[in-house]
Design a protein around this ligand. Structure first.
Ligand SMILES: NC(=O)c1ccc[n+]([C@@H]2O[C@H](COP(=O)([O-])OP(=O)(O)OC[C@H]3O[C@@H](n4cnc5c(N)ncnc54)[C@H](OP(=O)(O)O)[C@@H]3O)[C@@H](O)[C@H]2O)c1
Length: 275
């Protein structure tokens, strides 16, 4: 999902060479080296990851291989060339107990295998000594992905009533806004760790209410607790990321999540008759 947005929103006068998993499996060091030799890149954008948070709990070895070890391989190969690695990480490296927005240097304490594996990836990048820009983000949605907006719309279309968790708080983020902010940070020489999300915050329940309202669906949505909706992976209760560091570098904050969502959803309704 993010890889598509990075492709579509590449700034002018740059060339991006995309790889599918079939063309470049990041767990294969030979494929990484071959791709680096062929492309001689200045910047490598790594949007590959094992992202199915609940599945991660039962597939620990595979998850750490992709989100941890492979990221280390990529970083080590990049370190030898002097190129810059742009990598994406997550709010799920935090435990959600802080009660206020997390800064880049707050202490991580992941509650899930996914969060732990992504933290492992971050640490391997830093240990490799390669030039890097690590962008932590959260609650992504956009074209070509499996995400909450689509899930809620599908459920609402097939059920008279849905229940959504109201005690986990974050910032829904449109991948297009994330892609544009990534390129803006790159342009301004951003390096190290940055938090990047749309501004504002809400619970999953409030997010769902807004999605249904913008979809024109009258399906009843009720709030419920995390305990009432158990999932294999534990998630942080409050994992809003402070984007102050990014805002200082860019000179602006990303638009409010409601505005970004409205934009995304307005595109979903373009009638197919317009060719
Ligand atoms: N989605 C979110 O809400 C969210 C939140 C915070 C951070 N992030 C981070 O943002 C980044 C992009 O996420 P996304 O939502 O765009 O993920 P996505 O849509 O799941 O895309 C990840 C892609 O990586 C591929 N992949 C998996 N293993 C690979 C391997 N060994 N080699 C090459 N490709 C591989 C996946 O292929 P398969 O589908 O075949 O497995 C998938 O196409 C990830 O680093 C993710 O951790 C996402």
């Amino acid at each position: 999902m993010l890889a598509r947005a990075l492709q579509t929103h590449l700034p002018e006068h740059h060339t991006l060479i995309p790889f599918t998993e079939a063309e470049l499996n990041i767990t294969d060091v030979k494929q990484i080296r071959d791709a680096m030799d062929r492309c001689q890149p200045d910047v490598i954008l790594n949007a590959a990851a094992f992202t199915r948070v609940d599945d991660c709990e039962s597939r620990q070895e595979e998850v750490f291989r992709v989100n941890g070890m492979a990221v280390g391989l990529l970083a080590e190969a990049i370190q030898l060339t002097g190129a810059l690695l742009v990598h994406f990480s997550t709010d799920y490296i935090f435990d959600g107990g802080k009660g206020s927005p997390y800064f880049e240097d707050d202490t991580p304490n992941p509650l899930s295998i996914y969060g732990a594996s992504k933290l492992d990836g971050e640490r391997r990048i830093i240990a490799s000594g390669c030039r890097h820009l690590i962008i932590r983000t959260q609650w992504l949605y956009g074209e070509g992905g499996v995400h909450f907006v689509q899930t809620i719309r599908n459920l609402a279309a097939s059920r008279p009533e849905i229940r959504v968790v109201d005690d986990q708080i974050g910032s829904p983020t449109h991948v297009v806004d994330l892609a544009q902010a990534t390129y803006a940070l790159l342009e301004r020489g951003g390096a190290g760790i940055f938090h990047v999300t749309n501004s504002g915050q809400c619970s999953w329940f409030e997010f769902a209410v807004k999605i249904l309202q913008l979809s024109g669906l009258s399906t009843k949505v009720s709030p419920c607790s995390t305990e009432a909706f158990p999932r294999p992976a534990h998630r942080p209760r409050y994992s809003v990321l402070s984007c102050e560091k990014m805002e200082k570098v860019l000179g602006y904050r990303l638009r409010p999540w409601e505005e970004a969502l409205r934009d995304y959803m307005s595109l979903l309704y373009i009638p197919s008759a317009i060719n």
